[in-house]
Design a binder for this molecule. Structure first.
Ligand code: SF4
Ligand code: SF4
Length: 313
């Protein structure tokens, strides 16, 4: 059936109107600003916010969820997540894999509510506040701000219950999550504020490992040259060996150091010398490869070079 332009335009207007209504205003809020909101199991829209969404998982989210489900990192990631990139950066991140049903609902969503509620991710805790806590890396004392998300399916905004943003964060334990993830957030914010930065594949792999799989990081620390490379207090080494949460905090501090040189890590002299030697050897190898290539080119006739550039045709 052909669609008339008039009908098409009318439909588009309806869609635009609906979209405008669904996210009313991205209102910018400070920590002390008030939010009128309440969410509870009996509310008519209960669970309406748990489908068709993207939930990025922070390192502490994954730590809490996989412990809640008594799974290894590997099994949790395989069963419940997919890899994506953090918007505006090449950094990889794990995202909850939504069910393959009509509404793409969250795998933890049931008619009775969230099955992992007390360990739900920080994005779910913040809602209806956007987790885009924008703090420009170059201005660490700059003002944090939050965005209110007002979607028409969410009736919690009609409830007469007022909080400041900080009260809401504390009530949802989002402040604890922010504290645990703070070094990781700094890495992400810096990557975002730097715009298009080229990270080496090794940096991206390290970022992904630390962000999503602490079991791999543990193996990296205790079964590689890691402990020979850094000056670490024996007491700290014991702590990160015995306590998974300490290992998580350590991994995020180290990530910040290894990606942006920030924080207090001391590389042992011998390891520094080895790193310098490796870099020198790599640079020398590059120079030699280029020299050999130049010599090869010089030994060829222009016709041979053209033929080679044409793929030998
Ligand atoms: S984790 Fe829980 S609160 Fe978050 S989207 Fe899934 S079901 Fe909803
Ligand atoms: S009030 Fe909003 S957050 Fe709560 S269940 Fe309804 S849609 Fe979800």
């Amino acid at each position: 059936m052909a669609i008339h332009k008039k009908d098409f335009d009318k439909k588009m207007e309806e869609v635009k109107k609906k979209l405008k209504e669904s996210v009313v205003v991205p209102e910018k809020l400070k920590r002390t600003d008030k939010l009128c909101f309440k969410c509870y199991p009996g509310i008519t829209c209960f669970n309406a916010c748990c489908s068709g969404i993207r939930i990025n998982l922070t390192p502490y989210d994954i730590f809490r969820l996989k412990n809640r489900l008594k799974m290894s990192y590997h099994d949790f990631l395989m069963q419940y997540t997919v890899p994506r990139s953090i918007d505006g950066t090449p950094l990889p991140i794990t995202v909850i894999k939504m069910r393959d049903d009509d509404i793409k609902s969250c795998p933890f969503n049931t008619p009775e509510g969230c099955t992992v509620y007390s360990d739900r991710p920080v994005t779910c805790r913040y809602y209806p506040i956007g987790m885009a806590i924008m703090k420009h890396y170059e201005h660490p004392t700059g003002e944090d701000f939050f965005i209110k998300i007002k979607e028409d399916h969410c009736l919690g905004h009609n409830e007469p219950f007022e909080w400041t943003i900080d009260e809401w964060r504390a009530d949802q334990e989002a402040d604890l999550y922010d504290e645990m993830n703070k070094d990781w957030m700094e890495v992400v914010l810096k990557a975002k504020s730097l715009g298009i930065v080229e990270f080496s594949q090794k940096s991206l792999d390290l970022f992904f490992m630390v962000s999503s799989n602490l079991d791999l990081f543990r193996d990296f620390v205790f079964n590689s040259n890691f402990l020979n490379a850094y000056e670490l207090e024996p007491e700290l080494v014991n702590r990160i060996k015995e306590d998974e949460l300490e290992l998580l905090k350590f991994s995020l501090r180290w990530l910040r150091f290894t990606m942006f040189g920030e924080g207090n890590f001391t590389i042992k002299d011998e390891a520094q010398k080895k790193a310098r030697d490796r870099m020198k050897a790599a640079t020398q190898a590059k120079i030699e490869t280029k020299k050999a290539r130049d010599e090869e080119l010089l030994s060829k006739t222009p016709e041979e070079i053209m033929k080679e550039a044409d793929g030998g045709k």
